[in-house]
Ligand binder design. Structure first.
Ligand code: PEP
Ligand code: MN
Length: 335
């Protein structure tokens, strides 16, 4: 249920409504909005009777929220969520197409700085690279761990790029929160509820990837876990889903973008790299992602893909990335 206050409701009237919600054992969540003050009711197990609130001074309306996800939904918050980074020099969800680029994994200081400088020159504002890698094989490179995060902090110092890196479990989330500007939660962890709750307590934005076999409603419920713990700064990322197709590693669900934008106020990114799994499809899918209205693109770039410790076959060369950005600029995207 969403309680909409009248424009001239006083602070006292607002407080009274919050107290009435809490007196029922529910949680009251004020929803900031441009044109109205609203309060969401959370943690109710059954339906809420609107009559409880409709007679209260300052209340204009009590609207039932029909979806299982609440904080994520546009029913609760009409305006698009904007996520400013640092002092607001980069705003995710605003009018610019955000480019996040970098290698799958941090491999060394030299590798990270070299790629960071190249993607920054081309137009990226975020540097992506994993320090903790969730690998299919336990024998594959697992990431540099904390050392990798220290390298990312150094990349930020050297270049001014914001950094995004994955927290693969609850235990390492503290470290990732400490070093990175954005905490990534990967496809394999989209339903790791303990990790989602921990990310919800973080003071950094979270980039949540869609589970490889998750419906959009399950994706929204995962984001709801993060938001219900108090973190409103969530970026959704479509990275391809498992289908019967064998001509690509995954199938990029472009339909997800307009559907998410209709149902939710959260910004949505497209990751063409993990969707394709092969370099030759990454640039066309990136263009499609921008064209369908994504707020940002997450792209793997490596200066020597054949020697990459992970995801080399899908990594663009810096020159390819530069060409993609030139194409996007030609298509009139603000970068
Ligand atoms: C990644 O971004 O490198 C990654 C592991 O992504 P995903 O979780 O989408 O597979
Ligand atoms: Mn990868």
């Amino acid at each position: 249920m969403l309680i909409v206050m009248s424009n001239h409701a006083s602070k006292e009237e607002l407080d009274n409504v919050m107290a009435a919600i809490e007196a029922h054992g529910w949680q009251a969540k004020p929803i900031p909005g441009g044109e109205r003050t609203a309060i969401g009711i959370l943690r109710n197990t059954g339906p809420v009777d609107p009559a409880i609130f409709l007679g209260m001074p300052g209340v204009r309306d009590a609207i039932p929220v029909s979806k299982p996800y609440k904080l994520v939904s546009r029913e609760m918050k009409k305006e698009n969520t904007l996520i400013p980074l640092g002092n607001g020099s980069v705003v995710i969800g605003g009018d610019k197409l955000i480019l996040a680029a970098g290698p799958c994994a941090v491999e060394s200081e030299r590798q990270a700085i070299e790629i960071a400088r190249a993607v920054q020159k081309a137009g990226a504002v975020l540097f992506r690279a994993g320090a903790f890698k969730p690998r299919t094989s336990p024998y594959a490179f697992q990431g540099l761990g904390e050392k990798g995060l220290q390298i990312l902090a150094h990349v930020r110092e050297e270049t001014g790029l914001f950094v995004v890196s994955e927290a693969t479990d609850h235990e390492v989330c503290d470290l990732v929160e400490e070093y990175a500007d954005i905490i990534q939660i990967g496809t394999r962890n989209m339903q790791n509820y303990r990790l989602l709750k921990r990310a919800g307590q973080a003071r950094k934005p979270v980039l949540l990837k869609r589970g490889m076999s998750a419906t959009i409603d399950e994706f929204f419920m995962a984001a709801e876990y993060i938001m219900s713990e108090g973190n409103d700064q969530v970026i959704l990322c479509e990275r391809g889903i498992r289908t019967f197709a064998t001509h690509s590693r995954n199938t990029l669900d472009l339909n997800a973008v307009p559907y998410i934008q209709k149902e939710s106020h959260l910004p949505v990114f497209i990751d063409p790299s993990h969707a394709a799994g092969r370099r030759d499809q990454v640039i066309p899918l990136a263009r499609a992602g921008a064209a369908v209205g994504a707020a940002g693109l997450l792209i793997e770039v490596h200066s020597c893909p054949e020697k990459a410790m992970s995801d080399g076959p899908q990594s663009l060369l810096p020159a390819d990335f530069e060409r993609l950005v030139a194409e996007l600029r030609y298509m009139n995207f603000k970068i």
